[in-house]
Design a protein around this ligand. Sequence first.
Ligand code: PMP
Length: 463
Amino acid sequence: MTLLDQPDTWTGPYVGGDLPGPRSAELLARQERHESNARSYPRRLPIAIAEASGSLVRDVDGNVFIDFLAGAGVLSLGHNHPELVAAVTAQLGRLTHGLDFPTPVKDAFTEAQLSMLDPHLRDRMKIHFCGPTGANAVDAALKLCKTATGRGDVISFQGGFHGSSHAAMALTGLVSQKRPVPNGVPGVHFFPYSYCTRCPIGLTRANCETNCAGYLERSLRDGNGGVPLPAAVVLEMVQGEGGIVPGTREFVQRVRALTLELGIPLVVDEVQTGCGRTGTWFAFEQYGIEPDVIVASKALSGIGAPVAVILYDAKLDTWAPGAHTGTFRGNQLAFAAGVEAIRIIRRDDVLGNVVRRGEQIADRLAGLADHPWVAEVRGRGLMWGVEFTNPETGEPAGSVAAAVQARALRQGLIVEVGGRDDAVVRLMPPLNVTAETVETACSILLDAITQALRVTTEYQLEA
Ligand code: PMP
């Protein structure tokens, strides 16, 4: 009997040997031979996946992992939620692809999307179906705001991530991705984000007075500031890839106040935070602001069927017919799953679960905050990050995060890293994750951190 035949290993994490196992190693080698050098996740998480269910993933060698990556935040109701599978299956025999023609299921999906908004915001918002990626929706938002304002410059924030298309990459902080690709989209200006642990303008929490927002305010009001009035300010409420950095309330509110005062559309990129990830439908709700454009994608179908939209103030709709086309804008399977996902999230109080499980994670990880190698434990809802730092140099400690990730995998937990030097271990479980799974995952993580730090500290002492 092979491990794959053992049903009991399917109920919790189980790693039967070295990673990658032999079948995974074979597929990884074939992938390396045929696929581009740009492939990324399996480099640090060396497994080949056979199947998945709920919060668990099974690799081709029969090892079972708790999945706290969840398709990079896509699988809001876990892998293969039975009701979403049923909704997709029913739609599969009816209609799968509809360009941008209206269909009953697309209409229901549109209603469901708008139903996530506060009524008075909903009344003034329109929706555009984009090509099915977050990056394409970011591109659409830029084009919309440029068309509506007639302006060409855009403001983005250091540490932010908005996608890998040429324009979305231009808004992204990651210099290493941009350096090899000259002549990026021009007119993007980067301003500091409220990343208080490593304040981008070198202040401490005691003396900061939210000067990141102050710098933006002064620059845009300064006739000698060098930045023309922009078409848009593009902002993540919580920088996800940037290392789970929630914007501070004052920072976000001041950016909103400034953009309103100067007549600049505020685009909130909720690709990662949207559809319940932070405990409210959208993260901006927690900041007491209303954006002009919302970009959403990842979790909209709940099951990984790709779909991306922008929701935006009807006043911006100066687009001509066909202004942002794309063949794959009518994924009926995603629409069917998305309608069902929102119904289930309401029915099962999944947003309540996000808050409770988030508090559970915060409690379980609280003790880490005192460790000299831990810069901060932070998060919102079910987006959590543990940032590692070298206590002697103060530099981000990416090697520790990598060691934690590898050790966690060996004990049956998949986590991602991110942020500066990839020094933040990130937790993004499905939104309906159980308390029991969170408990097991946190135990594995804490153990992996203890081991990684023991090795690191010993190495430091030896060195
Ligand atoms: N915006 C944010 C905030 C994201 O986190 C991501 C993906 N991680 C994107 C945009 C790009 O989405 P996609 O990979 O689907 O293009």
